[in-house]
Design a protein around this ligand. Structure first.
Ligand SMILES: [Cu+2]
Length: 184
Protein backbone atom coordinates (compact mmCIF):
# COMPACT_ATOMS: atom_id res chain seq x y z
CA UNK A 1 0.00 0.00 0.00
CA UNK A 2 2.67 2.41 1.02
CA UNK A 3 4.76 1.39 -1.86
CA UNK A 4 1.93 2.10 -4.26
CA UNK A 5 1.38 5.58 -2.91
CA UNK A 6 5.06 6.33 -3.15
CA UNK A 7 5.03 5.08 -6.71
CA UNK A 8 1.99 7.22 -7.54
CA UNK A 9 3.70 10.27 -6.14
CA UNK A 10 6.86 9.46 -8.00
CA UNK A 11 4.89 9.10 -11.24
CA UNK A 12 2.97 12.31 -10.80
CA UNK A 13 6.17 14.12 -9.91
CA UNK A 14 7.75 12.74 -13.06
CA UNK A 15 4.72 13.71 -15.13
CA UNK A 16 4.66 17.14 -13.60
CA UNK A 17 8.31 17.53 -14.42
CA UNK A 18 7.72 16.38 -17.97
CA UNK A 19 4.80 18.76 -18.36
CA UNK A 20 6.63 21.78 -17.11
CA UNK A 21 9.57 20.92 -19.35
CA UNK A 22 7.17 20.60 -22.27
CA UNK A 23 5.50 23.90 -21.59
CA UNK A 24 8.80 25.65 -21.15
CA UNK A 25 9.87 24.21 -24.49
CA UNK A 26 6.54 25.29 -25.94
CA UNK A 27 7.04 28.83 -24.79
CA UNK A 28 10.55 28.90 -26.13
CA UNK A 29 9.15 27.64 -29.41
CA UNK A 30 6.52 30.40 -29.47
CA UNK A 31 9.11 32.96 -28.67
CA UNK A 32 11.31 31.62 -31.41
CA UNK A 33 8.33 31.74 -33.78
CA UNK A 34 8.09 35.47 -33.28
CA UNK A 35 11.70 36.18 -33.80
CA UNK A 36 12.47 33.68 -36.50
CA UNK A 37 11.68 35.47 -39.79
CA UNK A 38 14.14 38.30 -39.36
CA UNK A 39 16.82 36.18 -37.81
CA UNK A 40 16.51 33.38 -40.25
CA UNK A 41 16.68 35.74 -43.20
CA UNK A 42 19.87 37.23 -41.84
CA UNK A 43 21.25 33.78 -41.33
CA UNK A 44 20.42 32.78 -44.87
CA UNK A 45 21.97 35.87 -46.36
CA UNK A 46 25.16 35.08 -44.53
CA UNK A 47 24.95 31.51 -45.69
CA UNK A 48 24.52 32.69 -49.27
CA UNK A 49 27.45 35.00 -49.04
CA UNK A 50 29.54 32.09 -47.81
CA UNK A 51 28.63 29.90 -50.76
CA UNK A 52 30.22 32.08 -53.39
CA UNK A 53 33.71 31.19 -52.33
CA UNK A 54 32.99 27.67 -51.21
CA UNK A 55 36.09 25.85 -52.38
CA UNK A 56 34.20 22.54 -52.71
CA UNK A 57 32.51 23.80 -55.87
CA UNK A 58 35.18 26.22 -57.05
CA UNK A 59 35.27 29.97 -57.10
CA UNK A 60 34.29 33.06 -59.03
CA UNK A 61 36.38 33.10 -62.18
CA UNK A 62 38.55 35.76 -63.73
CA UNK A 63 37.15 36.85 -67.13
CA UNK A 64 40.68 37.07 -68.52
CA UNK A 65 41.23 33.35 -67.81
CA UNK A 66 38.11 32.03 -69.49
CA UNK A 67 39.07 29.09 -71.72
CA UNK A 68 35.61 28.12 -72.97
CA UNK A 69 32.11 29.48 -73.12
CA UNK A 70 29.02 27.34 -72.69
CA UNK A 71 25.65 28.57 -73.84
CA UNK A 72 22.94 27.42 -71.46
CA UNK A 73 19.28 27.90 -72.30
CA UNK A 74 16.66 27.93 -69.57
CA UNK A 75 13.02 27.49 -70.49
CA UNK A 76 9.53 27.22 -69.11
CA UNK A 77 9.75 23.49 -69.86
CA UNK A 78 11.82 23.48 -66.64
CA UNK A 79 14.96 22.36 -68.38
CA UNK A 80 18.50 23.54 -68.84
CA UNK A 81 19.83 22.88 -72.34
CA UNK A 82 22.36 21.37 -72.19
CA UNK A 83 21.99 19.92 -68.71
CA UNK A 84 25.31 18.12 -68.60
CA UNK A 85 28.61 19.87 -69.08
CA UNK A 86 32.18 18.61 -68.96
CA UNK A 87 35.10 20.72 -67.87
CA UNK A 88 38.64 20.10 -66.70
CA UNK A 89 39.86 20.72 -63.20
CA UNK A 90 41.24 24.23 -62.83
CA UNK A 91 39.42 25.47 -65.92
CA UNK A 92 37.64 28.82 -65.89
CA UNK A 93 34.51 28.87 -68.01
CA UNK A 94 31.89 31.38 -68.96
CA UNK A 95 28.25 30.39 -68.94
CA UNK A 96 26.20 32.48 -71.33
CA UNK A 97 22.79 31.98 -69.80
CA UNK A 98 19.65 32.71 -71.74
CA UNK A 99 16.17 32.62 -70.28
CA UNK A 100 13.95 31.80 -73.24
CA UNK A 101 10.88 31.42 -71.05
CA UNK A 102 8.40 33.89 -69.69
CA UNK A 103 8.98 32.87 -66.07
CA UNK A 104 11.87 33.87 -63.89
CA UNK A 105 14.60 31.20 -63.88
CA UNK A 106 18.04 30.92 -62.37
CA UNK A 107 21.17 28.89 -62.51
CA UNK A 108 22.73 28.16 -59.14
CA UNK A 109 25.90 26.09 -58.81
CA UNK A 110 26.33 24.03 -55.67
CA UNK A 111 26.65 20.68 -54.02
CA UNK A 112 23.41 18.65 -53.94
CA UNK A 113 23.11 19.37 -50.19
CA UNK A 114 23.53 23.12 -50.67
CA UNK A 115 21.03 23.20 -53.50
CA UNK A 116 18.45 21.25 -51.49
CA UNK A 117 18.85 23.47 -48.42
CA UNK A 118 18.67 26.59 -50.55
CA UNK A 119 15.60 25.29 -52.37
CA UNK A 120 13.82 24.61 -49.06
CA UNK A 121 14.54 28.22 -48.04
CA UNK A 122 13.22 29.46 -51.38
CA UNK A 123 9.95 27.57 -50.82
CA UNK A 124 9.54 29.38 -47.50
CA UNK A 125 10.50 32.80 -48.81
CA UNK A 126 9.70 32.82 -52.55
CA UNK A 127 10.52 36.50 -52.88
CA UNK A 128 13.96 36.08 -51.43
CA UNK A 129 16.38 37.74 -53.81
CA UNK A 130 19.97 36.70 -53.98
CA UNK A 131 22.92 37.57 -56.07
CA UNK A 132 26.19 35.76 -55.70
CA UNK A 133 29.05 34.73 -57.91
CA UNK A 134 27.78 31.14 -58.12
CA UNK A 135 24.30 32.03 -59.30
CA UNK A 136 22.38 34.13 -61.74
CA UNK A 137 18.66 34.87 -61.69
CA UNK A 138 17.07 36.08 -64.91
CA UNK A 139 13.61 37.42 -65.69
CA UNK A 140 11.87 35.96 -68.75
CA UNK A 141 13.63 36.82 -72.01
CA UNK A 142 16.80 38.02 -70.30
CA UNK A 143 20.38 36.94 -70.76
CA UNK A 144 23.48 37.10 -68.59
CA UNK A 145 26.68 35.33 -67.66
CA UNK A 146 28.44 33.53 -64.88
CA UNK A 147 32.21 33.05 -64.86
CA UNK A 148 33.35 30.17 -62.73
CA UNK A 149 36.56 28.34 -62.02
CA UNK A 150 36.23 24.66 -61.21
CA UNK A 151 39.06 24.03 -58.83
CA UNK A 152 38.26 20.46 -57.79
CA UNK A 153 37.41 17.35 -59.73
CA UNK A 154 34.10 15.59 -59.23
CA UNK A 155 30.52 16.42 -60.05
CA UNK A 156 29.02 19.80 -59.26
CA UNK A 157 25.32 20.30 -59.63
CA UNK A 158 23.37 23.28 -60.78
CA UNK A 159 19.67 23.95 -60.50
CA UNK A 160 16.91 26.49 -60.76
CA UNK A 161 15.66 27.05 -57.24
CA UNK A 162 12.53 29.00 -58.14
CA UNK A 163 9.65 27.33 -56.25
CA UNK A 164 8.50 24.22 -58.09
CA UNK A 165 11.22 24.30 -60.73
CA UNK A 166 13.75 22.12 -58.92
CA UNK A 167 11.03 19.52 -58.19
CA UNK A 168 10.05 19.62 -61.85
CA UNK A 169 13.59 18.55 -62.71
CA UNK A 170 15.18 21.87 -63.55
CA UNK A 171 18.70 20.75 -62.76
CA UNK A 172 21.93 19.71 -64.35
CA UNK A 173 25.51 18.82 -63.57
CA UNK A 174 29.04 19.74 -64.42
CA UNK A 175 31.53 16.90 -64.36
CA UNK A 176 35.00 18.09 -63.64
CA UNK A 177 37.75 15.74 -64.78
CA UNK A 178 40.88 15.64 -62.69
CA UNK A 179 43.86 17.48 -64.07
CA UNK A 180 46.30 14.95 -65.58
CA UNK A 181 49.40 14.20 -63.55
CA UNK A 182 52.28 16.45 -64.46
CA UNK A 183 54.71 14.76 -66.86
CA UNK A 184 58.22 15.62 -67.89
CU1 LIG B 1 13.33 27.76 -63.34
Amino acid sequence: MNKRITLAIAISAALCGALSTASAAGMAEMHKGHEMPGHQMDGMKMEHAGKADDSSIGQAGDAAKVSRTFRIVMGDDMRFTPSTIKVRQGETVRFDIINQGKLKHEMVLGTPQELKAHYAAMLKYPDMEHADDNQLTLAGGKQGELIWQFSRDGVIDFACLQPGHYDAGMKGSVSVTAAPAHRH
